[in-house]
Design a protein around this ligand. Structure first.
Ligand SMILES: *[C@@H]1O[C@H](CO)[C@@H](O)[C@H](O)[C@H]1NC(C)=O
Ligand SMILES: *[C@@H]1O[C@H](CO)[C@@H](O)[C@H](O)[C@H]1NC(C)=O
Length: 341
C-alpha cells in the first residue's frame, strides 16, 4: 500500500516536471534521454493503444529532434496499434506522397503525380475536410503570348478548430539563404520563432506545434492527431528559369514553398486539389503516361481568401466552442488518470 503510494507520488512529480519543462515535451508522449542511448518514449493518452508502454527509438534514428536537418527523426504514433518507433524524414520529400513542389507538382495520396496550375494571385483549397481546411495562395506570372500563368505556392492558410494559421514565403528580389523567408501567423498575430535549431513554438493547449528543421527556411508544423506539414522556402533558380523559360524578372525571385503533407485523420469524403486523392475510391483524372499530367478543378476549389472555406466543393465547418472545451477537459483528464494509475 505504502509502496504504491510512493510510486504514485513519484509518477505525479515526474509528470509535473515534464509538463513544466518548456522544450520538446509533448502532452501525448514523454521523452527520456539517457546520454549515448536512444530516446525512450511513453504515450500518456488513455485513448492510445500504447498507453503507458515504453517505446525505444531505433538505433538508426535515436532522437526525435536530430540536429542534422537531413537525419531521420524518431517518430512514435501513439494512435497506431503497432506501438513501435519509426524513422522519418523531417524535410519535405518532393517525390513522396502528399508533396506539393515546383510549379505546383503534386503527388497524391494515391501516389499519382499531377500538376494543378490554378492562377496567380488567387487561392485554392488543397484540402477541405469536415475539421480541416488547407488553402494555398498561388503566385506567378504569364510571359507574353502564353495561354496560362506559371504558378508557385507562396502561402498556406490552415483552418483547424476555430483557429487560423498561415505560413508564407516572404517576397524577395534576390535569394539570400542567410535570411529568413518564412513567416507564420496564428489567428492573425505574427509568430516569433527564434532562428536556430532547435527552436519551436506551440499553442497554449499544445495542439499546434512548429519546429525548425534548420536554422531558417525549413520548418515542420504539427497539428496534433490531424496532420504534419513540412515546408521549405526556396526561390525559382536561374537554372529553372532557363530550362522552363519562365521569364522571371530581376526584381523578384518568386520565393515559394515546397511542402509535404502527412495526414493522420481524414474523412472518406475529403475534398480539395490534393485532398480528394486521399478518398478511398478516387479515380485520378491525371492521364497516365503523360509527361506533365494537368488536372483542373479551378472552379470547384477557388476560395475568396487564404483563410476562407467558401469554395464550391469545400466541406469544412468550423468546430463549435463546445468541442474545444471537451477536448481540453479530456486532455486534463488523461494526465490526471495517468498520474493516479
Ligand atoms: C522520397 O520519396 C521517394 C518515394 O517514396 C523515395 O523513393 C525516396 O527515397 C525518398 N527520398 C528520401 C530522401 O527519403
Ligand atoms: C467553454 O469554455 C469557456 C471558457 O472556459 C466558457 O466560457 C464557455 O461557456 C464554454 N462553452 C461551453 C459550450 O461549455
Amino acid at each position: 500500500m505504502k509502496v504504491s503510494n510512493i510510486n504514485c507520488l513519484l509518477l505525479i512529480i515526474i509528470l509535473v516536471l515534464i509538463s513544466a519543462s518548456t522544450t520538446q515535451a509533448s502532452s501525448i508522449s514523454l521523452i527520456k534521454v539517457v546520454p549515448g542511448h536512444a530516446e525512450t518514449r511513453t504515450c500518456f493518452s488513455r485513448r492510445s493503444p500504447c498507453f503507458l508502454k515504453r517505446i525505444t527509438c531505433p538505433r538508426q534514428c535515436p532522437t526525435s529532434h536530430p540536429k542534422d536537418p537531413k537525419a531521420k527523426a524518431c517518430y512514435i504514433d501513439c494512435y497506431s496499434p503497432i506501438c513501435k518507433a519509426e524513422c522519418r524524414n523531417r524535410k519535405p520529400n518532393c517525390s513522396g506522397r502528399g508533396a506539393a513542389c515546383l510549379d505546383p507538382r503534386f503527388i497524391g495520396g494515391d501516389g499519382i503525380v499531377f500538376y494543378f496550375h490554378g492562377k496567380s494571385n488567387e487561392h485554392f483549397a488543397l484540402v477541405s475536410d469536415h475539421k480541416l481546411q488547407i488553402n494555398a495562395r498561388f503566385i506567378g506570372l504569364r510571359p507574353f503570348g502564353r495561354t496560362r500563368d506559371y504558378t508557385w505556392i507562396q502561402a498556406l492558410g490552415i483552418l483547424i478548430n476555430s483557429h487560423t494559421i498561415s505560413l508564407e514565403a516572404t517576397p524577395a528580389a534576390a535569394w539570400d539563404k542567410n535570411v529568413e523567408h518564412l513567416k507564420f501567423t496564428y489567428d492573425g498575430d505574427k509568430l516569433d520563432i527564434p532562428q536556430g535549431n532547435p527552436s519551436s513554438w506551440k499553442s497554449s493547449n499544445e495542439d499546434l506545434k512548429i519546429e525548425r528543421i534548420e536554422s531558417r527556411n525549413s520548418e515542420i508544423l504539427i497539428i496534433k492527431d490531424v496532420a504534419e506539414i513540412s515546408v521549405n522556402v526556396v526561390p525559382v533558380t536561374k537554372e529553372d528559369d532557363h530550362i522552363h523559360n519562365y521569364h522571371i524578372p530581376p526584381d523578384d525571385c518568386f520565393a515559394h514553398l515546397e511542402v509535404q503533407f502527412k495526414f493522420l485523420e481524414l474523412s472518406q469524403e475529403v475534398e480539395g486539389v490534393l485532398g480528394r486523392t486521399y478518398q478511398p475510391d478516387f479515380k485520378n483524372p491525371a492521364k497516365p503516361g503523360v509527361a506533365m499530367p494537368i488536372v483542373g478543378g479551378e472552379d470547384r476549389y477557388r476560395t475568396s481568401s487564404l483563410s476562407s472555406a467558401d469554395c464550391k466543393s469545400c466541406l469544412f465547418s468550423p468546430v463549435v466552442v463546445l468541442q474545444q472545451n471537451l477536448s481540453l477537459k479530456e486532455d486534463l483528464g488523461t494526465v490526471q488518470t495517468a498520474g493516479a494509475t
